[in-house]
Design a protein around this ligand. Sequence first.
Ligand SMILES: CC(C)(COP(=O)(O)OP(=O)(O)OC[C@H]1O[C@@H](n2cnc3c(N)ncnc32)[C@H](O)[C@@H]1OP(=O)(O)O)[C@@H](O)C(=O)NCCC(=O)NCCS
Length: 178
Amino acid sequence: MTAVVLMEAAEVSAERVSAIRRMLDEAFDGRFSDDDWNHSLGGTHAMILDGEQVLAHASVVPRTITVGTRQVHVGYVEGAGVTPALHRQGLGSAVIVAINGVIGDRFELGMLSTGEFQFYERLGWERWHGPTWTIHADGRRERTEDEDDGIMAYRTERSGDVDVTSPIVCEHRLGDCW
Ligand SMILES: CC(C)(COP(=O)(O)OP(=O)(O)OC[C@H]1O[C@@H](n2cnc3c(N)ncnc32)[C@H](O)[C@@H]1OP(=O)(O)O)[C@@H](O)C(=O)NCCC(=O)NCCS
């Protein structure tokens, strides 16, 4: 049951996409918005499946994040959740370990926004301490203070000497920018 399946977005059937959304709605108890969902699409999905059911999920999508003065190819983790009846049985950890592998293979750095710091710290993630910003389509930069304490990063062999106290800037998007 804890075998993790990795699929690119184009490989996931419409039925499976709907099942992922249903599970995330339950995992987040109705707090998973349409914008959150849109942010979860278009990358690589890690899932634990039981027939048609999705028991656990996380996805990693490509984003360019400016870290200090450097543009970094980031694997950004979205839509991480486990069906409520199976919390604390290792399923969430299993999908994040698989996602860590994808980030290590394909990206310079992993990033995500969360309140579940301990869950991710056990799995190699560290908290970001620098200020967060977003950049609008017209080039205007805006501080996103409310996000400052929620960002975490996962280093890969290509991260170089990333400094977690650096300012970080992401492109503006609908819903939560981070
Ligand atoms: C967070 C979540 C994905 C964890 O998945 P999980 O399968 O329950 O977690 P695991 O069993 O793999 O690991 C649990 C371990 O992580 C740690 N942990 C710390 N905070 C935790 C938390 N809030 N939830 C679950 N585990 C947490 C504990 O050490 C725990 O081990 P223990 O049960 O021995 O104490 C799951 O609880 C969930 O879907 N939550 C609702 C949605 C959510 O918050 N998603 C993450 C937002 S980025």
